[in-house]
Ligand binder design. Structure first.
Ligand SMILES: [Zn+2]
Length: 408
């Protein structure tokens, strides 16, 4: 299939008045008005495709000016955009648009006992969004949030005793739960559903799930704090493929960059050709559900400049994670006075696994042009090492594929 929009003109165009309203609001933002001079109508999909895309910072600028308010509920402020620095703010009404999600996707039902391990607080959205979905499902909710390392064992015993049937969190956090259960030899035979959102799925999770909770299957959501949930999948779909909601218009732009336009009249963020940095394509899903689905191909902003050359972070991570015994990898780039001093590939290894880090390092150096060329005079500045924990962003709760640190 070569569709560029997730919806046909017939399905989308009656709802483009929402896009038109977003356009009119964006045109009132002094810093953005200029770029919309030649655009005053979004009546057709062609009109949408002709609009300039919005980036994260643009949306933050627009929201700072518009300060939207929900019509019939509280207006919640959530962290939006930027992995560093002060939080930028996105807005949502109570309910977090989950009624539209629940209409098409019901992973939970009244008999479920659902543990919500998305972090609550710090203006994070996912915990509350999942709670809204559970509310619509009428199940039991255990609102756990994040816990510290020493607390896993007690909570896992509690899950087993309560016959927990569902758990939801970011894949990085779920990894910790299942790895802790596996290491403790604990099983959760009643657990059937694993809900996830916030990062790409991790295949190592599947291995731990097979041991800890052999009946558990994954149920994924794709979205961001700006767009909210865009699409969902089921255990029958590939983990990178999502069925998009009719209130989300997804467009594939140049370079396979995805952009999103809301068709939901309640949406507070003026999401109009908004680019999250994710690349993707529209496909038919092997699960057999008709219509186009969105396959996410990863982030296009995963290329980091290292000594004047582009380092393809995701490629390196994928190569290293294929190594037996490596469960997860992360690249730590240390800068001194703005120049990249060292590149460390950090490995989280499976319990008892012996990984030949020196061989891996030699292979990476010879196979990666940016590393072999950029570090030709100081190859010792590229290291591979096993660590106890990868570096998480305390603010967003995410573990990204690369971290840049400034050292004085
Ligand atoms: Zn599917």
């Amino acid at each position: 299939m070569t569709e560029l929009f997730s919806l046909s003109p017939e399905a989308a165009e009656p709802h483009l008045r929402v896009a038109q309203r977003s356009l009119e609001r964006l045109r009132t933002v002094p810093a953005l008005a200029g770029r919309y001079t030649d655009h005053d109508k979004t009546l057709t999909l062609d009109d949408v495709a002709a609009l300039p895309p919005l980036m994260k910072d643009d949306l933050n600028v627009a929201l700072a000016h518009l300060q939207p308010k929900a019509e019939r509920s509280a207006t919640w402020l959530f962290q939006s955009g930027g992995s560093t620095g002060a939080p930028k703010v996105g807005y949502a009404p109570t309910g977090f648009y989950m009624a539209g999600v629940h209409a098409h996707w019901q992973p939970l039902d009244r008999d479920d006992v659902f543990v919500n391990v998305w972090g609550a607080g710090r203006m994070w959205g996912a915990h509350f969004l999942a709670a809204a979905l559970a509310d619509l499902s009428g199940c039991q909710i255990i609102a756990l949030g994040s816990v510290t390392k020493d607390e896993y064992a007690d909570w896992l015993a509690f899950f087993a005793a309560r016959e927990v049937t569902a758990i939801g969190g970011t894949p990085s956090v779920l990894r910790l739960w299942f790895a802790a259960a596996r290491a403790a030899g604990l099983q959760l035979p009643a657990l059937r559903k694993v809900l996830w959102l916030g990062e790409a799925w991790q295949s190592q999770l599947e291995e731990d799930m097979a041991v800890v909770a052999p009946n558990a299957r994954r149920w994924g959501m794709f979205g961001s704090t700006e767009t909210w949930v865009v699409g969902t999948n089921t255990p029958d779909c590939p983990d990178d493929t999502f069925h998009t909601l009719p209130e989300q218009l997804v467009h594939v732009g140049p370079g396979e960059l995805l952009d999103f336009t809301t068709l939901n009249p309640e949406m507070l963020n003026p999401v109009l050709r908004y680019q999250t940095g994710d690349a993707g394509r529209l496909v038919s899903c092997p699960c057999g559900r008709p219509g186009v689905a969105m396959q996410v191909l990863g982030r296009r902003d995963s290329v980091v400049q290292v000594r004047g050359l582009g380092l393809h972070v995701d490629d390196i991570i994928a190569q290293v994670e294929r190594e037996p015994g490596v469960s997860r990898a992360q690249i730590l780039i240390t800068e001194q006075r703005g120049r990249v001093a060292t590149v460390d590939v950090l490995l989280l290894t499976a319990q008892g696994a012996e990984v030949d880090v020196e061989r891996l390092r030699r292979e990476l150096l010879s196979a990666t042009f940016t590393l072999s060329t950029g570090f030709v005079h100081d190859p010792e500045s590229v290291q591979v090492r096993a660590v106890d924990a990868l570096i998480s962003n305390d603010r967003t709760g995410k573990t990204s594929n690369f971290v840049i640190r400034e050292e004085s």
